[in-house]
Write a protein of this length. Sequence first.
Length: 113
Amino acid sequence: MSNQQRKIVYIAGPMSGLPEYNRPAFNTEALHQQQKGHVVLNPATLPDGLTQQQYMQLCCPMVMMADEVIMLPAWINSQGATAEFNLAMKCGKVIRQAEDGFAWYPTKEEEAA
């Protein structure tokens, strides 16, 4: 797949308070997306030790750079992932559910293709 055809995808989901910061779920989805030929922006690769605000300062630009945002299960329980979802929606990004690839934004099928 040429660089012009490759999508840049950002993975969003819950991390705070979860075992290993939910990195296994992020890394599994990252591998899945890489196998599809996409460029993956994975916040689980960021170093430990930053504040929540610092993580968001790094992640929000990655959301804005992405063509699509992939939401991991239970993202709705995460303030950070919810903020990323809202930012992606505001920027008109395709937002997909990791479990089945369902695109709930944009709402028109042709826009999500």
